[in-house]
Design a protein around this ligand. Structure first.
Ligand code: SF4
Ligand code: SF4
Length: 217
């Protein structure tokens, strides 16, 4: 039979495991490392952002809920969530928030921080697109749309890529005929004139961002 002592032991076991899952200093961490994270504490949980977001019913967690979870110290659940990656930057929430929180920026900031820590969900399509877009862009200082599209098509393997390409063949042909796509871009493509300048600028920006996000975190 369960005694008071065994119940207490079970409860203390639950409590000792809690700090692993819920870090109470998560709000401070967000304030220090996430762009505009110092605004989170200003949220009064009115729900206007959740009600204004066009993705409302599709979200795992609305911005309102994410801010509440941050304050509750639910670090793992927030950073591993795909909620922030769903934001389409429509700015509906930001325009309506009575406390003027830069909600859109905070959502993207949390997504970036989660990615930086390696906690963002690996299979999330927006995260995948962001990584692909960024790598493509910084290579020559400008976007190679053809390579980006092919990278996306072949994301799920060779056969899936071939099928996607075949399905879109008429669109591709139309783009070539309208001179909106050059098939030879596949073999290199042209870049910006001052590639070294762009690389130096990005290096500096990365240093500043890493400093903020805490590279050694
Ligand atoms: S609208 Fe602003 S104050 Fe209201 S829940 Fe959303 S973030 Fe918080
Ligand atoms: S900016 Fe993002 S979070 Fe805000 S309403 Fe639009 S999709 Fe929702």
């Amino acid at each position: 039979m369960e005694t008071l002592a065994t119940t207490k032991m079970a409860m203390s076991g639950t409590h000792s495991a809690a700090p692993m899952r819920y870090r109470n200093n998560f709000l401070k961490e967000v304030e220090a490392h996430v762009e505009d994270g110092d605004w989170v504490k200003m949220c009064m949980q009115c729900g206007v952002c959740a009600g204004s977001c066009p993705l409302g019913p599709q979200w795992e967690h609305t911005p309102q809920k994410i801010f509440m979870m941050i304050r509750a110290g639910k670090r793992e659940e927030v950073l591993k969530s795909d909620a922030m990656w769903m934001c389409t930057s429509c700015y509906n929430c930001l325009a309506r928030c009575p406390r003027k929180l830069p909600i859109t920026h905070i959502m993207h900031g949390i997504a970036r921080y989660a990615h930086h820590l390696g906690l963002a969900p690996k299979t999330q399509p927006t995260r995948h697109f962001s990584v692909l877009f960024w790598k493509n862009c910084i290579k020559n200082g400008r976007l190679n749309e053809l390579k980006l599209t092919i990278g996306l098509y072949f994301r799920d393997g060779l056969m899936a890529g071939i099928k996607q390409g075949w399905d879109m063949r008429n669109v591709a042909l139309g783009l070539v005929l309208a001179k909106r796509m050059n098939p030879f871009e596949l073999f290199g493509g042209h870049g910006c004139k001052d590639h070294k300048g762009i690389a130096a600028m990005l290096k500096k920006a990365r240093e500043i961002e890493d400093q903020r996000a805490g590279a050694s975190h």
